[in-house]
Each structure stands twice: as C-alpha cells, then as structure tokens.
Ligand binder design. Structure first.
Ligand SMILES: Cc1ncc(C[n+]2csc(CCOP(=O)(O)OP(=O)(O)O)c2C)c(N)n1
Length: 339
C-alpha cells in the first residue's frame, strides 16, 4: 500500500479497498465470460454487467449477511458481490454440476440461499413481487432484515412494479427497490418508453421515500442505500432508489457491440465515467493506493477469474436424470418457520 494516507480512518481505507476489489472482480469476470461465450463454452443467454459495477458494490456494501438480495437476468456481478464464489458463478455459466444451481440455471438464474441471494430472474419485473413477499415475510416474522430488489428501468413500466410498490407502501415493508437506470431496455431508450424520465418520483405515488443517485460513483450509491437501509430497519418502511448508470456492452451477447440504437460517440462519452477508473483515480489522489497497488490487485483478480474458468471447465455436465431433480421443494413446517 502507499504510505501517504489521507482518509478519515483505517476502516474507511479498508472499505474503499473492498469496494474497488468488488468492482474490479466483476469487470474481470465479465470480460472472461464474454470470451467463454465467444468460444462456445457458455450457451443460451448471457447478459453482462460491464459499466454497472458500482451499483452492486455500493449497494451491497450497505447490507448485512442476513439481508436479502434479488435481481434480474443481469445477475453475475450481483451474485459475486453477494458472496457466491467466482468458481460457482463461472461453473453455472458453463452449465456444469458445480455451478451454484448445479448447471441448470445458467446466466440468468444464479441463486444461493446460503448467502440470501434469491436470484437471477429472466422475466422482466418478475423479481419485484417476490421481493415484496420477502419484505412481508420479514415483517410477519418480526425480523429486522431488509430485502434489496434490483431492476432495470424498463421493468419500472410494468404492472408488477406498481402493484408491488403500492402494497409495500400500504403495508410498510422493509424493501428497497433499486432501479438500475442504464437508459436502454434492450434497444429502446427510456425517452421512447416512459411517460416520465425521473422514475424515482414514482415513489411518491405509493407513499414511499425516494432518491436518485449517480450510479458511477460507488460512495454516493453506498451513502444513499445506507440511508434507505437505516430507514427500513428502524421504521420498516420501503424506499425507491433510482441509480443512474450505463452498460458499456450490448444488452446481451447477441448484441455484443453498441447495436444500432446508440451512437459510438455516446458510448465513448459514457466510458469517461467508468466507475472503476473514477474510483481508482479518487483513491490514488487521496494517497490510499498507488498505481502499483492497483496493478497488484488487478493481477490477483485476473488469477481468481482464471481459476474460476479452469474449475468450471473441469466440472462435469449434469447427468440427464438431474432434469427431474429440484423441480419441486417440499415445504415442511421447518422451512415455513425459518427466519
Ligand atoms: C415480461 C417480459 N417481457 C419481455 C422480455 C424480453 N426482454 C428481456 S430483457 C428486456 C429489456 C429490459 O430492460 P431493463 O429492465 O431496463 O433492464 P436492462 O436490460 O437494461 O438491465 C426485455 C424487453 C422479458 N424477458 N420478460
């Protein structure tokens, strides 16, 4: 580490390093996922999270391990930050038995109850009512956990969004709805699909506290979500947070470049606000890390992702009989009573 330290405290410096680590891990992971897809090692759909890493890292840094996280099909980064190992995420992408859902979910359906990561959902907005149900369960059981529900901005125009927020506002549920506004739903710009552009304002319709934040600034995301988490724990009330971000890659691997719906100039302009580059500069300017520290971290994370690739490649495919397993879960009274 660099010797010159200007941060408020050691714990701030440690937190900053963790945030940088979490963002860079996602970036290096997604770059290799794109490569694996091009080589045919990953089949089906594959939606990358490149450019949005500060949203997952900043938000999840404000959570406790017993809180819940639920998201969309753009879920690799969220899963990694929540604590599903890079090996288990990569093996899931490769469709292998050592994946977090034994190779049967793939890119869109990462899931691990062990770390309270409730998916990875392929239906646009499908996770929103589930999050509302999780919030209801937390309250019903008298817990003080929160549930964070991520969604894209296009999902905020679906009926499930409005019904869920109405219930959460009415019943005062500890759910934090986070809209990751990356400006495009596949190839449709938000201006062409939404009657209002400031989606966070919809919280007011449902008596829900709202906020809007720069999603390329990891500390700003963390600060905004921390307020929402405090509110949810102390008052059991929901929040709606709109996070302004951008995806530097296509909607999915079938639209790997910029597509025809946005210009090269727009893409290049957005890359000037790469959340990782911005935070790296901030930490270097503050003397919290040196350029050499960054390079060391980067090399370490490239190694972690290579290890995940090798692990996934060596893991067997699930046997045919596995098709019939994990289809239904018996809900015993024990399961129902679990906090
Ligand atoms: C109910 C439903 N309708 C349509 C689709 C097809 N579809 C997949 S992704 C997508 C765009 C969603 O955009 P957004 O919610 O903004 O998330 P982003 O991809 O930008 O992260 C659509 C329309 C779907 N999966 N589910």
């Amino acid at each position: 580490m660099a010797t010159k330290k200007k941060s408020d405290s050691k714990s701030d410096a440690a937190l900053h390093l963790k945030l940088l680590h979490d963002m860079l891990l996602q970036r290096r992971f997604e770059e290799r996922a794109a490569e694996a897809y091009a080589l045919g090692k990953i089949g089906g759909f594959c939606h990358l999270y490149v450019g949005q890493e500060a949203v997952s890292a900043g938000t999840q840094s404000a959570l406790r391990p017993d809180d819940y996280v639920i998201t969309t099909y753009r879920d690799h980064g969220q899963a990694l930050v929540r604590g599903i190992t890079p090996r288990a995420v990569m093996a899931e992408l490769f469709g292998r038995v050592d994946g977090c859902v034994h190779g049967k979910g793939g890119s869109m359906h990462m899931f691990d109850r062990g770390v309270n990561f409730l998916g990875g959902h392929g239906i646009v907005g499908g996770q929103i009512p589930i999050a509302t149900g999780v919030g209801f369960a937390i309250k019903y059981r008298g817990g003080d956990q929160v549930c964070v529900c991520f969604m894209g901005e296009a999902a905020a125009n679906g009926g499930a969004f409005h019904e869920s927020l109405n219930m959460a506002g009415l019943w005062k549920l500890p759910v934090i709805y986070v809209i990751e506004n990356n400006k495009y739903g596949m190839g449709t710009a938000i201006e062409r699909a939404s009657a209002i552009k400031d989606l966070y304002k919809r919280g007011g319709s449902y008596n829900i506290a709202d906020a809007s934040v720069d999603g390329q600034d990891v500390l700003a995301v963390r600060a905004t979500i921390t307020e929402a988490v405090d509110r949810a724990r102390s008052e059991q009330t929901p929040s709606l947070v709109e996070v302004h971000t951008y995806r530097f890659v296509g909607h999915s691997m079938s639209d790997a470049a910029s597509g025809t719906y946005r210009t090269k100039a727009e893409l290049e302009e957005s890359e000037k606000r790469d959340p990782i580059a911005l935070f790296r500069r901030q930490l270097q300017d503050a003397g919290e890390i040196s350029a050499a520290d960054y390079d060391t971290l980067d090399a370490e994370l490239k190694g972690v992702v290579q290890d995940a690739w090798d692990f996934a490649d060596a893991s067997p495919e699930p046997p045919l009989e596995a098709l019939y397993e994990d289809v239904l879960v018996e809900t015993t009274s024990d399961v129902m009573a679990e906090a």
